[in-house]
Write a protein that binds this ligand. Sequence first.
Ligand code: SME
Length: 165
Amino acid sequence: MIKLNAVEKMTSEQKYKYMLILLEGQLSSEKNDLANLCNATAIIKAIMDRVNWAGFYILRGNTLILGMFQGLPACNRVEVGKGVCGAAVTQKKPQLVENVHDFLGHIACDSSTNSEIVIPIIKDDVVYGVLDLDSQEIGRFTKLEEKYLVEFVDILNKYIDWSKV
Ligand code: SME
């Protein structure tokens, strides 16, 4: 169970470390990938403040299809190479976007979003999708968030069979 009172008093780095502990706890105690990915998005949303959307897009052919998420209804499909999500797949590296309005080709699912971070999900050199977070605050995501969200995806990769998601 998440102790939100304790989380409020933590530094950002403490929160993100706690987020990884919660994720390990979830994944090590449940085998169902659907349940695990749903709770993974809930863990991010509960721990990370000033995040208005957090979720997965799963790669099917050349299209990223909306997966489990927390937030407002979002774009169903993003083509590889399009938007921030598509760039993360093409470049196979995290995309840290301080101001989405400066990112050529950004796809706006929610007009109140101002910054975004996308981590590609790559296991054994195969790209399975992306983890995408949005914020209404310009510059919400930094190298600190990138570090811990990359670790978050590394933990997911230990447990999730992406080929069956
Ligand atoms: N902004 C993303 C699209 C997905 S939404 O943010 C949930 C993009 O440009 O790829």
